[in-house]
Design a protein around this ligand. Sequence first.
Ligand code: ZN
Length: 309
Amino acid sequence: MSSAERTRHNAFANSPLDRCGEHRIDPGWLAAQRRAPDGRYLACDSEGRTPVFEGRLCWLDAATVAAGAPVNFLGQLDDVPIFALREPVAPSAFPFPDAAWLDLRSAASVLPGDEAGLVAYARGLANWQDATRYCGYCGAPLALADDGHRAACPGCGRLHFPRTDAAIIVIVEHGDACLLGRQAAWRPRQYSTLAGFVEPGESLADAVRREVREETGIEVIDCDFHSSQPWPFPASLMLGFTAIAAGRTIHLADGELEDARWFTARDIADGLRDGSLRVSTPMSISYRLIEHWLRTRAGVELSELPHAE
Ligand SMILES: [Zn+2]
């Protein structure tokens, strides 16, 4: 299976949306999208929650949205323009009173993958806009350009574009075992693959080697890309890797982890069965990496094990 195919199975990573990047810089084209009678509009409340009803997103249609309401253009689905409202909507004023207003994690657990991806995209863009109100060069207040995908500085003329913070996440193996760690703040008995942000001037492989060494003292001798996942909490892109370790002697070097251990496939299966081990939810790339390792090394399906969430 290719990394593209593996990525397609990650939460938030399977949106069929055409982002229309080549068109959205054209104000005339954007204005026509805005006038389209079949346009669909995604709402959120002041907490960033999205309305969901019976496992699907609740959309506002073009007739419901005021003509001048500030919106972010997300793209087109089957030639239908898709927008997200920039201003929060009060749930009490929303035309579907039975909608449940869900945060992104909760929405992702009930929505189909394509809709979860859309919400993640809208949330990520909104997170960037919320955090990018002033120019980092001259301090002047920024003005969002019409499509919401850039912010212009009236002071120095610079354009600001949405940023994404790259983070590696890696399942390290040695012989018949994989390396998982836990932070003190996590719920009891939960272990996960190792992760950390990529630093300036660093390749992805460098980041994998450094993070694993810093957190556990383990030397990585090789790594391969597995898949990626947008993770707008608030602005990350998770880059998943598999890696091979030189040895098994763990030294919790930087204090980020409370514990790190080597787990065989049997250890993971037994731990999940008897409740002594928890792993992340299936929407996480950590789950996908552990699933991949169990499947390819031991023929074990993580989803068939109990207490896997
Ligand atoms: Zn400026």
